[in-house]
Design a protein around this ligand. Structure first.
Ligand SMILES: Cc1cc2nc3c(=O)[nH]c(=O)nc-3n(C[C@H](O)[C@H](O)[C@H](O)COP(=O)(O)OP(=O)(O)OC[C@H]3O[C@@H](n4cnc5c(N)ncnc54)[C@H](O)[C@@H]3O)c2cc1C
Length: 644
């Protein structure tokens, strides 16, 4: 199938303006004749639902939590990028565009990324107007800090709680529309399938998580804003409830899944402490503004630190290896995440890891405290320091934090064109759920920017074009596709409930996570990925024989909810491994050991792999079909990334 990204013609900087003018409009009186389904009310979904309702469409919004305020977006800590150049330090829309393309290791679309940089400035104004309390400088201007992969300060923040404050802003806008009756909000409701009528998405099937009732909802378009799938690794920094089910079920109804193997492993997380954990905790990248990353220079000192014979503060300057500053003098501790993560792994693999397990390096604030004072450091990062202390019982003001990379974000997701439409007409994907803007490695503070750009500034324009094309004729709920899809969902739930084996679905999830981390994590090889493929396949078969799913459908049933999600993760895991195996190059977070430069950096193969891999579902247990969207770079010259 030919994949057209529908990128508008014309110079890069004019594409979006021209496109907005060329898109068809729906007149105000007609807007109220359209019903739009928005699944997910995190930053992407809440901003989209509020904006579309404000325009006059009837919106039905869904989330599986008891309130939109509990979406995973609330966890975002460090900040949101925007090319405002308030610091007068050389930033511009073009620089944000360039940094993002380079940061993603030249595996994202130029046109999408430029638009993202362009509308980033509007996002800040929108959020300030909503009352989002961004940090301010003494004089009252909004403050900025730096994030990885940039040499300017363009990150707007609200202490270490930026996601929470932005979500409260979007949620207020959403609530206003709920109050006006333009949004009908369905909480504790899980979407389990998309209804495709004559090739177009026209509805969804949901299950109430409180009563088990299976329902049908119709709409002229369906927007999936359902977040990322990092929890396929079991342990990640994502909210425990984040899952791939909505995107995966849409994939099985025809939507292509793009670049599933592109996973972001964040360098600064609190290290794993054993096999009892169900999630990991991020220490925001913002900490790398002032924290210095180091490992001991020698194995002997590392050994003493691991045994607890000495404390980090006792290690003299001469015995410390500030490895990021040493290897990347230009960017130092603020190299992009993939680079920082790989270097931390290198230290640990070399036997210089610290902490009881030896699987950690240090993030040290001693210099910053000496330079700025403890109070200033606390004012910037206090809540993160408190969180670290509460989890580890170690005081990061007097000892460096121990950190290690952990799964954090998924750059892959549903394939979308420039209009955020999947290849199924009427089905859109926004926010982390789509693959669109970050290539093979997302820069810090760019996910919030993308989610809000998609929801506040892109979809309100592009959706109208589609709606004007199909017209406001009511959706025919009596079409057989509705009854059939509902039956498929009901049968699938019944099948899950027949599982009365001996192993909990959580055990399967944990096992899958270990396989993914070992073979499809920070370092990947053809041999390891081939092995993983076999292991996941066998685990999946075992799941359908030996898993135990407790209880019934007509009740609150966490075991059933989790079973459906883990079954989907098992299928997705296989596709991720296929994708990683196919992509015989390294790029960004996808590091194939077979493809590295002499200095150990990711070595791309632009001749063979400068494309988006868009996988097409072909049936249960059938190999998926690979469709390629060639990536063309008109403005940015492809080079080996260099942060030295
Ligand atoms: C700890 C942490 C810190 C981060 N910090 C930053 C940061 O500082 N800056 C930055 O830019 N990015 C950050 N990120 C990334 C960023 O938070 C996410 O990428 C972003 O919030 C995702 O927003 P979203 O709206 O796409 O999805 P989410 O916020 O994940 O929302 C998903 C929504 O979909 C709903 N949903 C999902 N499946 C279904 C279903 N089947 N049926 C019904 N509803 C469903 C959920 O209920 C929820 O409402 C961080 C991520 C983590 C893990």
């Amino acid at each position: 199938m030919s994949l057209s990204a529908k990128i508008p013609e014309g110079p890069l900087a004019e594409k979006w303006s021209k496109h907005k003018f060329d898109l068809k409009l729906v007149n105000p009186a007609n807007k109220r004749k359209y019903d739009i389904i928005v699944v997910g009310t995190g930053l992407a979904g809440a901003s989209a639902a509020a904006s579309l309702a404000e325009l006059g469409y009837n919106v039905k919004a869904f989330c599986f939590q008891d309130s939109p305020r509990r979406a995973h977006s609330i966890a975002a800590q460090g900040g949101i990028n925007a090319a405002k150049n308030y610091q007068n330090d050389g930033d511009s829309v073009y620089r944000l565009f360039y940094d993002t393309i380079k940061g993603g290791d030249y595996r994202a679309r130029e046109a999408n990324v430029y638009r993202l940089a362009e509308v980033s400035v509007n996002i800040i104004d929108q959020c300030v107007a909503q009352g989002v309390p961004f940090a301010r400088e003494y004089g009252g201007l909004l403050d900025n800090r730096s994030f990885g992969g940039a040499q300017v300060s363009r990150t707007f923040y609200a202490r270490g709680q930026t996601g929470q404050q932005l979500l409260l802003g979007a949620y207020s806008a959403l609530n206003r529309q709920i109050h006006h009756g333009k949004v009908k909000m369905y909480t504790r409701t899980e979407m389990l399938d998309v209804v495709v009528v004559d090739g177009k998405a026209q509805g969804i099937i949901t299950r109430s998580l409180t009563t088990g009732e299976i329902d049908t909802h119709t709409g002229h378009a369906v927007l999936l804003c359902t977040g990322g799938y990092g929890n396929v690794f079991y342990l990640s920094t994502n909210a425990a409830g984040s899952n791939v089910t909505a995107a995966w079920r849409a994939h099985k109804r025809g939507a292509f899944f793009a670049n599933p193997c592109y996973t972001q492993i964040h360098p600064t997380c609190i290290p794993v402490t054993g096999d009892h954990q169900s999630k990991l905790t991020l220490m925001s990248e913002s900490l790398r503004n002032d924290g210095r990353v180091w490992a001991p220079k020698t194995h002997a000192i590392a050994e003493q630190l691991r045994k607890g014979a000495i404390k980090a503060a006792q290690v003299g300057e001469a015995d410390r290896d500030y490895f990021l500053e040493r290897k990347y003098p230009s960017f130092g501790n603020l190299v992009p995440r993939d680079v920082a993560s790989r270097n931390a792994k290198e230290m640990v693999d070399d036997g210089r890891g610290v902490g009881g397990s030896g699987v950690a390096v240090f993030l040290d604030f001693a210099d910053a405290i000496a330079r700025l004072g403890k109070d200033a450091v606390a004012a910037k990062y206090g809540n993160l320091f408190d969180m670290y202390y509460q989890i580890t019982d170690e005081d990061p003001y007097s000892q460096p934090m121990r950190i290690y990379p952990a799964v954090h974000y998924t750059m892959g997701g549903l394939w979308v064109d420039y209009n955020l439409s999947t290849n199924v007409p009427g089905l859109y994907a926004l926010g982390e759920c789509n693959f669109s803007d970050h290539g093979a490695n997302r820069l810090g503070a760019s996910a919030l920017m993308q989610g809000l750009s998609d929801g506040y500034f892109v979809i309100p324009y592009t959706l109208g074009d589609y709606l004007a094309t199909i017209g406001p004729k009511p959706v025919d709920v009596n079409h057989p596709a509705f009854a059939q899809t509902k039956k498929d969902v009901t049968d699938y739930i019944a099948k899950l409930l027949t599982l009365r084996g001996t192993k909990t679905v959580n055990e399967y999830h944990r096992e899958l996570g270990l396989i993914m981390w070992e073979y499809c994590g920070m370092a990947r090889t053809a041999e390891g990925l081939t092995k993983a493929k076999g292991l996941i396949h066998a685990l999946r078969a075992d799941f359908w024989k030996n898993a135990i799913v407790l209880g019934d459908n007509e009740e609150v049933n966490a075991s059933l909810e989790k079973a459906g999600r883990v079954a989907d993760f098992l299928e997705l895991g296989e596709l991720m491994v296929d994708d990683a195996l196919m992509r015989n190059e390294s790029c960004g977070g996808h590091f194939r050991l077979e493809s590295q430069t002499p200095e150990g950096e990711a070595l791309r193969d632009d001749e063979h792999f400068a494309f988006v891999a868009a996988w097409e579902y072909t049936g249960d247990n059938q190999p998926e079909k690979l469709n390629k969207e060639a990536l063309e770079f008109e403005y940015v010259h492809l080079t080996q990334r260099n942060y030295k």
